[in-house]
Design a protein around this ligand. Structure first.
Ligand code: SF4
Length: 290
């Protein structure tokens, strides 16, 4: 139906439709489901995402490895003290991303959108803006479908996997999905949606995947945090009329080329980057022994 952003934009313009309309058509064609059935699946996923984005805001839940615990709660307590550098909405959004992440690390239920390691970014961004701007349920649903279309294009032309393309492909893609969806939610045009997504990936290009001890915890939670801030920023930039000079499809191709040129140590093997530091090696030894 469409292989890249350029084809999707053309389809939208030729048929006077939005990205979510075309993405829904594609989903119906692939699954044989009716539109209401596809939307029901989205609604079920949105509920899981909402629940996980709230679950650990007020209670510390340790990860299975014991490496991390209570980040969302600590950030919420800091926000409540009222003196923060970033605005409180942005930090609240980050706290919700931490919550999703902590639910994942404690083997709770999350939606891997697009992956478990990047699961906090999309819900955190969309729910925070939904609540702040009083967005309707239908627009929220359409925003998640728009995000899916952006992720689908990245997957078709590059990768969403840290093991294949580094963290730029995983958290970078999640943030691009979120920023594009935010622009849709706030009434932006199709071109602005892809400018936001392009700028978001551009900002993290080359980001490596280096989880300590090979566990999706450190630095992954903080990569979700910066993914949230990146997505919020780029959505605002695009809505302000600021453009990414390089089109989305070329940005995705460049990201993929960078990913393929990364050494194996920096692609989720838990050997290079932060995982390869003396501290990273010490933690690995403590958990897994020699
Ligand atoms: S560092 Fe690797 S494992 Fe961690 S979130 Fe990024 S891509 Fe996923």
């Amino acid at each position: 139906m469409y292989k890249n952003a350029s084809e999707l934009i053309d389809l939208c313009k030729e048929n006077n439709k939005k990205i979510h309309d075309i993405a829904l058509e594609k989903e119906k064609g692939l699954t044989g489901l009716k539109e209401e059935e596809v939307r029901k699946i989205y609604r079920d996923r949105i509920k899981i995402m909402r629940d996980s984005s709230l679950e650990t805001l007020n209670k510390a839940v340790p990860s299975v490895s014991g490496l991390t615990s209570g980040t969302a709660k600590r950030l919420m307590e800091y926000i409540k003290r009222g003196k923060t550098i970033l605005c409180q909405d942005t930090l609240y959004s980050v706290a919700r991303a931490f919550s999703c992440f902590e639910v994942n690390a404690s083997m709770g239920k999350i939606v891997a959108a697009p992956t478990a390691g990047s699961c906090g970014i999309l819900p955190a961004c969309l729910f925070t803006v939904e609540e702040k701007e009083n967005i309707s349920e239908e627009i929220l649903e359409n925003a998640f479908i728009t995000a899916t279309a952006i992720g689908d294009i990245i997957e078709q032309n590059a990768t969403l996997s840290g093991a294949e393309g580094g963290c730029q492909a995983e958290c970078g893609s999640a943030a691009a999905m979120a920023s594009g969806a935010l622009v849709y939610m706030l009434g932006g045009k199709i071109n602005q949606i892809f400018h936001a997504a392009s700028m978001t990936i551009t900002n993290v290009m080359g980001q490596v995947c280096d989880p300590i001890a090979g566990l999706v915890e450190i630095p992954c939670a903080k990569r979700n945090a910066i993914g949230v801030v990146n997505a919020l920023l780029c959505a605002d930039l695009a809505l302000a009329g600021i453009e990414c000079i390089v089109p989305f499809d070329e940005v995705v191709e460049a990201m993929y080329n960078i990913g393929k040129s990364l050494p194996a140590e920096l692609r989720e093997t838990g050997l290079g980057g932060l995982a390869g530091t003396p501290t990273g090696a010490k933690i690995r030894k403590k958990i897994f022994g020699e």
